[in-house]
Design a protein around this ligand. Structure first.
Ligand code: BES
Ligand code: MN
Ligand code: MN
Length: 462
């Protein structure tokens, strides 16, 4: 692949402009107002795959947003790589905190991205990272360097739980047969500290509703004499952690994978500065489960967090009122061997149990998924490691991430293959937050590393 760097250098402006065009679509899967834009994005992605040289490009209808399937089969005897990614994005709000509009991409320099970064919703998660694969494929096809068969499967509902993709995968096992699954939808430690994600946390997402009196009440006439749903809800939520920040739901830790001392020591060797971490977030201290380091807390340990809480009067001024209802959305991040459906049931039973008399509690389960860990002795991991070594000049560090891509565990169950998570984003790229961005250097480095993965994967598979 002698031409790889030259090709990227010659075409980089076009690569950047094509991504910018893709980022202009507000493909927000959670908000049905954007339905047309989401569908248009799917069509644009399909067109780009077609232009890159894929042979069979399909926009597959689902009960939700379309899945793009495309392939380039050069020889059935060669190994097949299945690329997964998503073209949907998170809602951009709070919109007033963006320094430029979320769907009008602009390139700005930052401390960590001196060559500039593209600022737009989806720049890193996941349009930018998904599109690196399209451009890597373009290079391999146009320069006659494609050493494997390739299948692409790009969905538009990752940010809302991938429900239709699960059905699609189960229904098309033969079509999706592959030797390895390749995903760029995670991050790495730093541009000069490449790492490969070897684990994802699972997830159980629930909504709770606490109902007190049958109507909103005057907080003077009734205050002190009836259960206030907001007071009760916050008290119930507070009781879900004890003084050591352990989660108090009975049975919650029953199957949690405990890492050996050796494994934890190994993890602790990854470069990490607690001071930089605190500075970047403008916090005086970190916070979390007793007995674990920051990196352990956000990767190998399960969590419970309120993602949203509402009820009562939140408008201008004051209104003296006891609301009839209070609500919260709660996510639990899970680790290997915790079953997300079991955890959801444990939560529901416990939350209903601790409700005091005078209120009723409803627990509404949303979506979830299992955690995932990939071994580092597989051909796929070895190929990825060699690819980073060649592109970055450094051996990448294996590292478990705290985020979730719930479909990955299902891929392993149904398609029986391992997933390699080659992410090129940084934690500071603000995914899901205002001012999301993706470094130009990272984008181009990804396009350079991916073809090398194909090369080493085909060589190691022989
Ligand atoms: N790409 C992220 C997940 C991610 C980011 C994993 C960085 C590791 C490092 C993905 O799009 C995402 O946001 N997943 C959701 C779960 C989903 C069910 C909404 C998450 O982790 O909150
Ligand atoms: Mn993503
Ligand atoms: Mn996301």
């Amino acid at each position: 692949m002698q031409n790889l760097k030259k090709y990227i250098n010659e075409h980089k402006d076009r690569f950047i402009n094509e991504l910018i065009e893709l980022l202009k679509f507000p493909s927000i899967s959670a908000d049905s107002t954007y339905k047309e834009a989401v569908i248009k994005t799917a069509k644009a992605v399909a067109d780009r795959l077609d232009e890159a040289g894929c042979k069979k490009v399909e926009l597959c209808k689902t009960e939700g947003y379309p899945i793009i399937y495309a392939e380039k089969i050069i020889d059935p005897k060669l190994p097949t790589v299945l690329v997964y990614g998503h073209y949907d994005v998170q809602p951009p709000d709070p919109i007033n905190l963006w320094t430029s509009p979320p769907f009008e991409p602009v390139i700005k320099k930052t401390d960590l991205h001196p060559q500039g970064a593209i600022f737009a919703r989806g720049a890193c998660d996941d349009k930018g990272q998904m599109y690196m694969h399209v451009k890597a494929l373009e290079y391999m096809i146009s320069e006659n360097e494609l050493p494997c068969n390739v299948k692409f499967m790009i969905e538009g509902e990752e940010e809302v739980g991938s429900v239709n993709l699960s059905k699609y995968v189960k229904a098309h096992q033969k079509k999706l047969e592959n030797d390895v699954i390749l995903i760029s939808d995670t991050g790495m430690i730093a541009n000069d500290v490449p790492s490969i994600t070897t684990g994802l946390r699972g997830l159980s997402y629930v909504e709770v509703e606490v109902t007190g009196p049958n109507r909103d009440l005057h907080s003077g006439l009734y205050g002190g004499a009836v259960a206030n749903p907001i007071n009760v809800l916050t008290k119930m939520i507070a009781s879900l952690h004890n003084e050591n920040n352990h989660i108090t739901i009975p049975g919650f830790y029953d199957h949690v994978e405990e890492l050996s001392k050796g494994e934890r020591e190994q993890m602790g060797k990854a470069p990490f500065s607690l001071n930089d971490y605190k500075d970047a977030l403008a916090i005086e201290a970190v916070y979390g489960e007793k007995g674990y380091t920051t990196n352990e807390r956000n990767s190998i340990r399960p969590t419970l967090d309120v993602n949203g809480i509402w009820g009562g009067y939140t408008g201008e001024g004051a209104k003296t009122v006891i609301a009839s209802k209070a609500y919260a959305k709660i996510s639990m991040r899970l680790v290997p061997h915790q079953n997300w459906e079991t955890i959801t049931t444990l939560f529901k039973n416990h939350f209903e149990n601790i409700a005091p008399k005078g209120v009723t509690v409803k627990v509404i389960p949303h979506h979830g998924g299992q955690a995932y860990v990939t071994p580092i002795d597989s051909i796929g991991y070895q190929a990825a490691s060699k690819a980073y070594e060649a592109a970055f000049g450094k051996t990448p560090i294996p590292q478990r991430s705290g985020g979730s891509i719930p479909i990955v565990a299902l891929f392993e169950d149904v398609l029986k293959s391992k997933t390699i998570l080659m992410g090129f984003g940084l934690d500071s790229d603000a995914i899901h937050s205002p001012n999301e961005h993706f470094g130009i250097w990272n984008y181009l480095k990804g396009i350079e590393t991916i073809p090398l993965f194909y090369k080493y994967f085909s060589e190691l598979s022989k």
